[in-house]
Write a protein that binds this ligand. Structure first.
Ligand code: SF4
Ligand code: SF4
Ligand code: SF4
Length: 282
């Protein structure tokens, strides 16, 4: 029997639902902080994603890359570089320890800690400024078996935390400026390492799989994600096209939450589009 429960389909209503969610977040954040920036911020991001989803629903193959570029470059260049907000992990720890409930902390809470309970690693598929560039490289699906290098992310996570704590312990002056330069230097390093790994391993998303420290948060929350790809076993003919199209090596043919690389799904929808039997749904 076909299993239609909990299905979510990308259709004409999806952009409206998405825009409504972001309007709600904008209003809630404004009520909490009284900062009008959050209204502009979440309306821009929500509109960029909603317009992109409108074109994704019409099978435009570049729509997701355009969303990534629109949201990622806004956050990186406008909020980060021009606005002097460190939206990376170092900024998150820094402002959290200062007790400043502003851009970096809000950003992490919405996109990387609480949001993934609803939309999994949608951040990685539609908003990350590192991935917006990595996804333009030639290796859209991995050309080699996955490596056992995931421990690197935990080492980096601990390293960044220690680095920020030591800034406070050392009582350095100009901490805001140091954190700003850390944002620029850290992201430059991410791009360089991301490029090298992508070309070395023939896998655009190698950096995401082995190095990115943000996945320490993302993997925990996205395990419980409401939105996830599911297969209708009655429709599936086991052709394997979906697995071959996945940039993150997810076994989407297993519906359990413990499926292989379950917390790696970035909701790119490649697998759903590659299935001619319409056996995969969100
Ligand atoms: S894993 Fe990290 S670098 Fe990759 S898309 Fe997600 S947040 Fe960005
Ligand atoms: S592409 Fe569709 S039919 Fe083929 S294995 Fe995947 S879900 Fe099954
Ligand atoms: S191809 Fe499917 S399972 Fe793989 S990351 Fe994209 S949406 Fe997730």
């Amino acid at each position: 029997m076909r299993k239609h429960m909990e299905e979510f389909q990308l259709n004409v209503k999806t952009p409206i639902i998405m825009e409504s969610i972001f309007i709600l977040i904008a209003v809630v954040m404004y009520l909490i902080t009284s900062n009008t920036f959050f209204i502009f911020n979440f309306l821009y991001i929500g509109s960029a994603i909603s317009i992109g989803l409108f074109f994704m629903a019409r099978n435009n193959r570049y729509a997701r890359n355009i969303i990534l570029l629109a949201v990622g470059s806004y956050l990186f260049f406008y909020v980060g570089i021009l606005g002097h907000e460190n939206l990376s992990m170092s900024g998150f720890w820094y402002y959290l320890f200062l007790g400043v409930f502003e851009a970096a902390v809000v950003h992490f809470l919405v996109a990387k800690i609480l949001g993934p309970l609803l939309f999994g690693r949608g951040w990685c598929g539609y908003a990350c400024w590192t991935a917006m560039v990595l996804d333009l490289l030639p290796y859209k699906t991995p050309q080699n078996p996955r490596k056992n290098w995931g421990y690197i992310r935990y080492v980096l996570f601990a390293g960044i935390l220690c680095c920020v704590v030591s800034l406070f312990v050392l009582k350095l002056s100009n901490l805001d400026l140091i954190i700003y330069y850390l944002f620029i230097a850290g992201n430059l390093a991410y791009y360089i390492v991301g490029f090298i790994l992508a070309y070395k391993l023939k896998d655009n998303r190698a950096f995401c799989k082995y190095v990115c420290p943000i996945t320490v948060f993302l993997k925990i929350s996205s395990y419980f994600s409401f939105l996830r790809v599911k297969v209708d076993e009655d429709l599936c003919v086991d052709c394997g096209k979906c697995r071959k199209s996945c940039p993150m090596d997810v076994d989407m043919l297993d519906n359990s939450r413990k499926r292989e690389n379950a917390t790696e799904c970035i909701l790119c929808l490649n697998c759903i589009h590659s299935c001619s039997k319409d056996a995969l749904k969100l």
